[in-house]
Design a binder for this molecule. Structure first.
Ligand SMILES: [Zn+2]
Length: 335
């Protein structure tokens, strides 16, 4: 079962609601499924066809309970392209006409005497706007499994109907976008929050919660990964800094001899050489007396300077002013 069919199944099992909402739902179901056929001279045949038997059962019950209309449910075998069985709720011609009148979908001025979108009265209340969107989704909706991403869409058979649906959703602050696909208007959202809001609006609260669970789990995982990457790069930085310090110390030892360094720097160099893996603060604690991280940094910087000067072949006499620099004599702190 796909996530989309879970959502449709949940919607199909919701309480059937008031008569006002029943009208909006049925109008949307007929219009979105393209289920109104003109049979000439004021005769129509209304059908609702879907792959989900529970949706057909919902409309069957709704018609019977609200209008006393008993439709016929047929199973249509797959046509090879779509595969699985589809279910069709079919109404007799007199029942079809009665229903179209009850739903205000007839208008002599329109082609085939049929309105392309419902009258304003049909979606006057916000409960009815939701009901309209719910049926549109049941008939023509798709939603991506939350593990794979966030995307919900409803494909309207005509541009006019798609825009009408978009208005109903915008009314609730859901900022849907439109795109054309194979001559049909697709109304969609792809932001996690909007997908979640739309599920709530349609009434699929169970699906919304399972989506939120996936979303929270994913966000936590991303945050942990970011933290780990950050830690890893801090460690890499610390390791390469320590490697450079060890190289400097070795250079000084080979070219000058560590014993030529002022005491504070020599102790620092020895402590680092013996403990290449520890942090600057830990290094500071090894000294006698212990010093802080910034003190360690300062001494290591001086060691690096000395190593650089040795590498560039400069004669070094510690305790004498460096070429163009400050006096190099170490202070009580060796800095
Ligand atoms: Zn209503």
């Amino acid at each position: 079962m796909s996530f989309a069919s879970d959502v449709k199944g949940e919607l199909a099992r919701l309480p059937r609601g008031e008569i006002c909402c029943a009208r909006s739902e049925l109008a949307a179901a007929l219009l979105f499924s393209g289920g109104i056929a003109w049979r000439g001279r004021g005769r129509y045949a209304a059908t609702i066809t879907t792959a989900d038997a529970s949706i057909v059962r919902r409309f069957f019950a709704m018609l019977k309970e609200r209008w006393g209309i008993t439709g016929e449910i047929r199973a249509l075998s797959g046509d090879g392209l779509n595969g699985g069985t589809r279910y069709q709720l079919a109404l007799s011609q007199p029942d079809s006409l009665a229903l179209l009148k009850a739903l205000d979908l007839l208008d002599e001025a329109m082609p085939f005497g049929l309105r392309a979108t419902p009258t304003e009265a049909l979606t006057h209340y916000s409960c009815c706007r939701k009901a309209f969107a719910r049926a549109a989704f049941m008939m023509c909706g798709e939603i991506i499994q939350p593990e794979k991403g966030y995307h919900i869409e409803i494909t309207a058979p005509t541009e006019e109907l798609g825009r009408y649906l978009g208005e109903q959703l915008n009314y609730f602050g859901i900022n849907v976008k439109n795109t054309c696909r194979k001559g049909k208007l697709v109304v969609y959202c792809k932001k996690a929050e909007e997908v979640s809001d739309m599920l709530t609006l349609l009434g699929a609260s169970r699906a919304m919660l399972s989506m939120e669970n996936v979303r929270v789990a994913r966000e936590v995982r991303n945050r942990v990964n970011r933290q780990m990457n950050c830690d890893a790069s801090n460690i890499n930085r610390a390791v390469s800094a320590a490697e450079a310090q060890i190289r400097d110390i070795r250079t000084i030892d080979e070219e000058l001899g560590l014993d030529k360094l002022p005491r504070t720097l020599r102790e620092m160099a020895e402590a680092r050489a013996q403990n290449p893996e520890i942090s600057l603060s830990e290094l500071g604690e090894l000294l006698e007396p212990p010093i802080g991280k910034s003190g360690v940094n300062a001494r290591l910087r001086r060691i690096a300077e000395i190593a650089d000067r040795l590498r560039s072949g400069e004669e070094i006499e510690l305790g004498r002013p460096a070429k163009g620099g400050r006096p190099r004599k170490a202070g009580p702190d060796g800095q």
